[in-house]
Design a protein around this ligand. Structure first.
Ligand code: PAF
Length: 281
């Protein structure tokens, strides 16, 4: 498996992969890989002949008080996991290669970026859209795969790809969870053992709220219950617990079309996000 660090070498390597007429999937990551990323690679392998993963901790999607410096970086073990999973190539540019001196362009996806994490983390989705736009141009894959755990990110990327006529199929892959239900995330590594146990309350609260809505309780009652459960478990602040239309992410107070129950809340050092699909009764 090749590890490529500059754009000229990437272009040549992608031409090489394309040479056999096979299709290419891209799995963009920031490294610190876990089973959630490996599920993306496995799904990519089912869909295309070649799989390229990118590893790039994207500074422009972190706010000034976020964990850019502390974000786990373990390229050697990531590369080993990707190699064993059958990935063909890793695109791992440094910051100067991705954003050379004079870089001045940003992609803003209005609407779907504005609420939820977009409100809690100003500028975050501009950073995500800009880097994903660049990655899609650099690798020019047939398919690109993203986890549904970052559901708003997936919606922003789908909107950007449609709006900018980027010729790629975007695939959302269901969230991988630990045995106790906690969604896998590179940031779970920041928890101490007691916090890690308390974190289970988030998937439980979501599950309980989703069941309550499915039984016919009102969305507002279900959300109040989820908020109470999170507070009891020590989550603070709760940035949002809400139900939104699955595509536009506009808040709804009834589930008439496919919707998403979304939550973001802090527990100790980690701001956790999670979401579940809701279907009309
Ligand atoms: O989900 C992530 O790991 C990142 O936001 C992404 C899509 C790789 C862009 O930096």
């Amino acid at each position: 498996m090749q590890i490529i660090r500059d754009r000229a070498a990437l272009r040549a390597a992608v031409r090489g992969l394309r040479g056999d007429g096979g299709t290419i999937a891209l799995v963009p990551t920031m490294g610190a890989l876990h089973a959630g990323h490996m599920a993306l690679i496995a799904e990519a392998r089912r869909r295309t002949r070649h799989v390229v993963a990118s590893i790039f901790v994207n500074p422009i999607q972190f706010g000034p008080n976020e964990d850019l410096a502390a974000y786990p970086r373990r390229e050697a073990s990531d590369a080993k996991m990707l190699d064993e999973a059958g990935c063909d190539m890793v695109w791992a540019p440094d910051v100067a290669e991705m954003y050379p001196p004079g870089f001045a362009t940003a992609i803003t996806v209005r609407g779907v970026s504005d609420g939820l994490d977009g409100a809690a983390r100003p500028g975050h989705f501009d950073g995500v859209a800009t880097v994903v736009g660049k990655l899609l141009n650099q690798v020019a894959p047939d398919v690109a795969l993203f986890g549904e755990k970052d559901y708003q990110q997936l919606a922003v990327i789908r909107r950007m790809v449609a709006d900018l006529d980027i010729a790629v199929e975007i695939v959302g892959v269901p969230t991988e969870r630990d045995d106790d239900g906690l969604a896998l995330s590179s940031r779970n590594a920041y928890f101490d053992p007691a916090q890690r146990i308390a974190a289970r309350a988030m998937p439980r609260a979501l599950g309980e709220a989703a069941e309550s809505i499915a039984r016919g309780d009102s969305v507002s009652a279900a959300l109040a219950l989820a908020r109470r459960r999170l507070t009891e478990a020590g989550f603070a602040p709760i940035d949002y617990v809400t139900v939104c239309d699955a595509k536009t992410l506009v808040e709804v107070d009834e589930v008439r079309d496919e919707a998403r129950l979304l939550v973001a809340a802090r527990l100790g050092p980690v701001r956790l996000i999670d979401n579940l699909r809701l279907l009309p009764r």
